[in-house]
Structures are given as C-alpha cells and as structure tokens.
Design a protein around this ligand. Structure first.
Ligand SMILES: Cc1cc2nc3c(=O)[nH]c(=O)nc-3n(C[C@H](O)[C@H](O)[C@H](O)COP(=O)(O)O)c2cc1C
Length: 213
C-alpha cells in the first residue's frame, strides 16, 4: 500500500445544525465525553500551536488538565519553548485529533498563566515520579545524553527523599480562553460537516457558521 493509496471512508456519523448545541463549551464537553468513552488512547491529548518571535509556528502535544467556561488548561515548564513563545504572543491554537471518531476540534484563543494556587494544587496531586521528572528536565534546553537526564532524575530523587516534592518555580500552567471553536465530523464521499463558533465583536455571543469542509 503506497501513501497515495492510503485512504478510508468517514462513516461514523453526521453533525447537523439541529444536533449542534448552541453553546460551544457544551458541544465540546459532549464530544470530549464521547472521546473519553471510546477506545481512543489519549483522548485528552491536544496539540498547542504557538508562534515564535520570527513568526514561525510550532506545535506539540500536551494533556488537557481542566476544561470549563473559563477555558482549556494545560501544565508545562515555564522555561520551555512554548511558554517563552506564549509570553511573546499569547494567541495560540489547540487541536484535538479524535480521528477514531472521524472528528477533529480546533480552537483559537488567548493563553494566560493559571494562578499559582491552581498550579500547586495540581502538582501536589501528580504521581511522585512525574513530580521528580518535572524537576529533572530543563524542558526544551540542550541535553548532552540520556544518561545526563537519568542522573538528574536520581539526583532529584535523593534531594527530595524526605517528605513532599515541592512545586518547581519554573513549572506552571496556561489557560486558553477560546475566541473560536471549529467542530469537524468526517462524512461519506468526502462531504464532511464543519461548523464554526466565533465570539462576536462585543465578545458576548457565539455566532455559528457552517463552513465548506
Ligand atoms: C501525548 C503527549 C502528551 C504530552 N503532554 C505534555 C504536557 O501535558 N505538558 C508538557 O509540557 N509536555 C507534554 N508533552 C511533551 C510535549 O509534546 C513537548 O515535547 C514538550 O512540552 C516540549 O515542547 P516545547 O519545547 O515546544 O515547549 C506531551 C507529549 C505527548 C506525545
């Protein structure tokens, strides 16, 4: 099978204006719940696209750790490329690749740091090894070898052998407040269903538009 021959049909279902909920947060929650109840391996994984100081975009996967009307939350190293890019330009795009359900959701919005209290609460509840890994990895910086990373992990394990692992100052989270959502459901004959919710000028109402797929 060549790449050119690789294709499949999208027959999971349809998305109609009648079935679409008026509130994009409710529509997203519905699809998120369905993704979480499906065999998708990482249903809460999303990509975050940022733009660097030279206007070059980049994206990477992170895990969604909170979702409500205030936005989408993820946690990361505040010295990482993504965090530095967000500090320069807070406008980001998220993408949920739920291909198993013939779906994707794209979101555009503005990222803001989550409060320190939220960060502390989340970090405290992470498994100990994840906490130590956060200390051990100077995310996005040059690494001399795998052994150097393992050694750093062991050093942190020793350093914090007693009691709780504290939250590193360089570790935090972002909340993306959406300005636009797009819901895409694959259809047969490549006639997919696609709807956009966009906040109006006043920022009070969501305008729903059907888009050509
Ligand atoms: C499924 C998956 C989930 C991930 N979750 C996170 C996460 O929640 N936070 C994070 O900082 N990196 C996460 N990563 C690693 C990032 O994709 C990325 O490699 C890292 O954050 C460095 O990105 P940057 O150098 O562009 O800032 C995840 C990777 C995968 C594949």
């Amino acid at each position: 099978m060549t790449l050119e021959q690789t294709r499949r049909e999208y027959r999971y279902g349809r998305l109609s204006r009648e079935s679409l909920l008026n509130c994009p947060f409710a529509q997203f929650q519905l699809w998120l719940d369905q993704a979480c109840n499906s065999p998708i391996k990482d249903p809460t994984a999303m990509t975050v696209a940022t733009v660097d100081a030279r206007n070059r975009p980049w994206h990477r996967a992170v895990l969604l750790k909170g979702f409500d009307k205030r936005g989408f939350v993820f946690y990361t190293n505040l010295g990482s490329d993504k965090a530095r890019q967000i500090a320069e330009n807070p406008y980001v795009s998220l993408h949920f690749p739920w291909f198993f359900l013939d779906r994707q959701v794209s979101v555009g919005g503005r990222a803001e740091k989550v409060s320190r209290a939220e960060v502390l609460k989340y970090f405290f509840n992470r498994p100990r090894e994840s906490q130590l890994a956060a200390w051990a990895s100077k995310q996005s910086s040059r690494l001399s070898s795998r052994q150097a990373l393992e050694a750093q992990f062991m050093a942190m394990k020793e350093k914090f052998a007693q009691g709780e692992v504290p939250t590193p100052d360089f570790w935090g989270g972002f909340r993306v407040m959406p300005e636009e959502f797009q819901f895409w459901q694959g259809g047969d004959r490549r006639l997919h269903d696609r709807y956009r919710y966009r906040l109006d000028e006043q920022g009070g109402n969501w305008e729903i538009t059907q888009l050509a797929p």
